[in-house]
Design a binder for this molecule. Structure first.
Ligand SMILES: Cc1cc2nc3c(=O)[nH]c(=O)nc-3n(C[C@H](O)[C@H](O)[C@H](O)COP(=O)(O)OP(=O)(O)OC[C@H]3O[C@@H](n4cnc5c(N)ncnc54)[C@H](O)[C@@H]3O)c2cc1C
Length: 425
């Protein structure tokens, strides 16, 4: 079967690998000249299988407002908000206040997270990929006593679902992360023992190379303009090459993994996907003193900034911003990220020399990704992964390949079904 995957981000590339290994002929269509060059490029680099949670979190609704008003607060919104942002927030509130939904979705995401970890370990055993990858644990700091109480509750839930974690005292935190010599407030932490890290951009590029060796045809610098379908099937993809030439590419099946740009491709086929681009920022900098840096990945709840060790580099990431597709990088955002790093890891790097980046999380208003069959017999979706697309990529790629081949998916896809937004919000 010839399967066309639209999108060469980490989700499209991992999907292509699963499909080619199952004997399909695979073509990946990507508008950039490289794989993993959009949202998969400068993310926080966490493979946070034990942390995954839905965006529509009822406990966040009242916390979020003060964050909006704080200069260094992690939540930002362009004022006045656009119609798209307003609709997305209203839909988020509706999901957050749907009784029991958060818990169900969180459990479903944790199960997919655990499966994704399994698939990553197998993948890394099969292919020798250079992406500064590790599974050395992940830590969430508590900078207030209330934050520590929240972490205790998280620890109980993780015990219940079998995800290994430990609560740490401030002294134990510093034993695990000796580079954390700064004076940022610290009451303790939770450590997700089996979580990991890795540069998603390097991984996507290295895996794309492996896929090409396995026979996948990557076509870069092509824009997919439309899925050409009748009432039952998608027959072909309408694309435009870099030279502006239109082309029709026949397909036996199509997987849409186009991140934030997925909705426009499936809307003409009658499927509305309420994916909204939630903006974030990162800095990446070579370490000048590696001993003063984190050894793995640490979430500083004081600024809601994540600092991750990637080989000899530090990546620090923050902010959840609703500003539609605006790619500006205001200095104030970068200054907050720097402030967080300096408060924990003083002297680890010359932060003024850091490379800056912004990207858009392809967020659904409830939170789970969109994985499964679309509105035509041979149309599939693996998209809308929001905050956790890197973490869940290996697992979601495996389950969508199982669905395409008519097998029972290894993880229940109820929470992820594409049709759950039907009826509008
Ligand atoms: C600040 C920030 C921090 C994050 N931190 C983490 C983290 O620590 N851990 C984690 O798990 N996740 C994290 N994420 C989320 C993660 O980066 C995303 O969920 C993931 O990269 C999504 O991958 P994707 O392949 O679906 O989308 P993308 O990487 O955006 O790939 C989609 C691709 O489709 C292509 N495309 C779209 N439309 C077309 C078209 N019409 N024709 C041709 N090509 C097209 C695009 O060019 C793009 O390359 C973070 C995100 C941000 C913004």
């Amino acid at each position: 079967m010839h399967i066309v995957v639209v999108g060469g981000g980490v989700v499209g590339v991992t999907t292509a690998r699963e499909l080619v290994r199952r004997g399909h002929q695979v073509t990946v269509l990507e508008r950039h000249s490289l794989a993993g060059n959009e949202t998969s490029k400068g993310n926080a680099a966490q493979r946070s299988y034990g942390v995954v949670y839905p965006w529509a979190d009822p406990s966040m609704v009242f916390k979020a407002l003060p964050w909006l008003l704080k200069t260094d607060g992690p939540l930002k919104m362009r004022m006045p908000p656009s119609l798209a942002a307003t609709r997305f927030l209203l839909a988020t509130l509706r999901y957050a206040w749907s009784p029991g939904l958060f818990g169900l979705n969180k459990r479903a995401m944790l199960k997919l997270g655990a499966y994704s970890r399994e698939r990553f370990l197998a993948l890394e055993q099969e292919h020798d990929l250079a992406f500064d990858g590790a599974h050395d644990g992940l830590m969430h700091l508590a900078s207030t006593p209330e934050a520590l109480d929240e972490l205790r509750k998280t620890h109980e839930l993780l015990n219940e679902v079998g995800v290994p974690s430990h609560l740490l005292s401030p002294q134990e935190v510093r034993e695990v992360e000796p580079g954390m010599t700064g004076n940022g407030p610290l009451y303790g932490a939770i450590r997700y023992d089996t979580d990991g890290t890795g540069d998603c951009h390097l991984f996507s590029r290295a895996l794309a190379q492996v896929c090409e060796e396995l026979g996948v045809n990557f076509r870069y610098e092509v824009e997919v303009e439309a899925l050409l379908a009748d009432h039952q099937r998608v027959n072909a993809v309408q694309l435009r090459t870099a030279s502006g030439k239109p082309e029709r590419l026949e397909a036996d099946a199509v997987v849409v993994s186009a991140g934030c740009w997925s909705p426009e491709l499936v809307k003409p086929l009658g499927l509305t996907l309420p994916i909204y681009p939630i903006k974030g920022y990162s800095i990446t900098v070579p370490l000048s003193d590696p001993a003063k840096a984190p050894t793995a990945t640490v979430h500083d709840d004081n600024f809601k900034v994540v600092s991750t060790r990637l080989g000899n580099r530090l990546r620090a990431t923050g902010f959840v911003e609703l500003a539609d597709f605006n790619r500006d990088i205001p200095e104030a955002r970068i200054a907050t990220i720097r402030k967080s790093v300096e408060s924990r890891y003083p002297g680890c790097a010359d932060l003024d020399a850091a490379e800056t980046w912004t990207g858009f999380r392809p967020m659904t208003p409830d939170g789970p990704a969109i994985i499964g069959k679309g509105p035509r017999d041979n149309l599939y979706l693996n998209t809308g992964h929001g905050t956790f697309g890197w973490t869940l990529s290996a697992g979601s790629a495996a389950v969508i390949a199982q669905v395409i081949d008519g097998e029972e998916p290894a993880v229940s896809l109820d929470a992820f079904r594409p049709g759950r937004f039907a009826g509008g919000l």
